[in-house]
Design a protein around this ligand. Structure first.
Ligand SMILES: [Zn+2]
Length: 202
């Protein structure tokens, strides 16, 4: 990894919010703007996020940009090219805890780092390393979705399928955006209990 001149300062931006809030669109918008300015960018995502496409970062609204899937946070450092100035990381909540050190290191070395990810999981509990990433960020962008019940701004992801795994890769049939008032983790548990009576979980 190369170091940049003293006058090039690193910067950490974290875009977060619930499902369907446009996190990836905002990441793509920032990346495209930098590409217009001819800045060299690499886009990474965790290898486990295989929905839609293996090598593209694709948003729910089907915008896409090429990306490099990596197995672990430290692999981002291994795959950095000398010419890169901006590192974008999508679905950052799925990375291991080392992502915090990796992102810090990149900023210290002068890179602009743009991360996008879920701030909360389906229980409304902070997701993975997101609390630390939000704390070390220079800029935090919280984007909102629209509550499917009342149309208010939504900050929560309601799981509407029966699973207790923290990682269920989201698509339209598995989650709904909900406002704080309509987020109901208890109802998810009640549904789970009833389904357990009739059918075993996979
Ligand atoms: Zn609502």
């Amino acid at each position: 990894m190369s170091y940049f001149p003293y006058n090039f300062h690193g910067h950490i931006e974290v875009i977060c919010g619930p499902m369907f809030s446009g996190k990836t669109e905002e990441l793509i918008r920032r990346v495209r703007r930098a590409q217009i300015a001819r800045q060299k960018i690499q886009i990474f995502k965790p290898a486990l996020d295989t929905r839609y496409d293996e090598v593209q970062v694709v948003s729910h609204s089907a915008q896409s940009i090429p990306s490099e899937p990596v197995e672990s946070a430290r692999d981002i450092l291994k795959h950095l090219k000398d010419s890169t100035r901006i590192v974008a990381i999508d679905e950052v909540q799925f990375f291991d805890k080392a992502i915090v050190e990796v992102v810090s290191k990149l900023a210290e070395r002068g890179y602009r780092v743009i991360c996008a990810g879920l701030d909360l999981d389906y229980k409304s509990v902070p997701f993975g390393a997101m609390p630390e990433l939000l704390a070390i960020a220079d800029e935090v962008i919280k984007v909102k979705a629209i509550c499917t019940i009342c149309g208010a701004p939504a900050s929560r992801s309601q799981r509407i399928i029966q699973s207790v795994d923290q990682v269920v890769l989201g698509e339209k049939n598995e989650y709904e955006a909900r406002c704080r008032g309509h987020f109901d983790y208890e109802s998810h548990l009640r549904n789970l209990d009833e389904s357990e009576k009739s059918a075993p979980l996979n």
